[in-house]
Design a protein around this ligand. Structure first.
Ligand code: CA
Length: 230
């Protein structure tokens, strides 16, 4: 597993949160591990940060984890969310899954069990290439490098880079992504490409997907970067 992933731990128990961070850091799978001690902090974190996976305690001091999960999904968070529940709270578990969580782990849990779940969800999320995402009027099929309208009346073929750009913008939800971040994610952080290369690809992508490429409504230019309209 590549080590440039990011994770958010939402847990009000300071000892548990620190232990989780320590052990996950020791695994070396994550470049970023952020912490939130309550619901409000966690919602602020997902507003600015992009996480590959989120661990979410159900019993938080200011909000129920279920509502936090709902709000995260509403805010466009598409990464896997694993809820942490107490053994005697089956109702909370079900409510959490209903609210859009992908999985749950019951406290007290063994670290190895949690890690195995985290890895399984990251793998699954990565392989969701065969999935179909809705982008504006299109069905976006990353694995086929294709955008389809309706039942296939119109198909737009994308290059590998165009697919990667759209995939990343989709993944972060309704957020602006800086040119540098996009360059790093699509070309690799060590690649010697400039923002001009990225702009050229964005230009070509707009020619393909926008009704009026000069007045983009899907792939938007924002101060500081690009955003995919929801
Ligand atoms: Ca708690």
């Amino acid at each position: 597993m590549s080590a440039n992933r990011s994770l958010l731990i939402v847990e009000d128990d300071d000892l548990l949160r620190r232990a989780l961070k320590e052990q996950l850091t020791a695994q070396g799978d994550f470049a970023v591990i952020d912490e939130a001690a309550d619901g409000a902090q966690s919602l602020a974190a997902v507003k600015t940060g992009v996480y590959d996976i989120i661990l979410l305690d159900i019993g938080l001091p200011d909000m129920n984890g279920r509502d936090v999960c709902l709000k995260m999904r509403e805010a466009g968070v598409r990464s896997p969310i694993i809820i942490l529940t107490a053994a005697d709270s089956e109702d909370d578990t079900i409510a959490g899954l209903d609210a859009g969580a992908n999985d749950y782990v019951t406290k007290p849990f063994r670290m190895a069990v949690l890690l195995a779940r985290v890895r399984a969800h990251l793998r699954q999320h990565n392989q969701s290439d065969d999935a179909i995402f809705l982008v504006g009027p299109y069905k976006f099929q990353p694995a086929a490098k294709m955008l389809v309208i309706g039942d296939g009346q119109k198909k737009i073929r994308l290059t590998e880079k165009e697919t990667a750009i759209l995939k990343y913008l989709y993944r972060v939800g309704n957020k602006t992504v800086s040119r540098d971040t996009l360059l790093g994610e699509v070309w690799g952080y060590n690649a010697a490409v400039t923002t001009h290369t990225l702009e050229t690809h964005i230009y070509r992508l707009r020619q393909k997907i926008e009704a009026e490429p000069s007045a983009a409504r899907l792939l938007l230019t924002e101060p500081g970067g690009y955003r995919l309209s929801p």
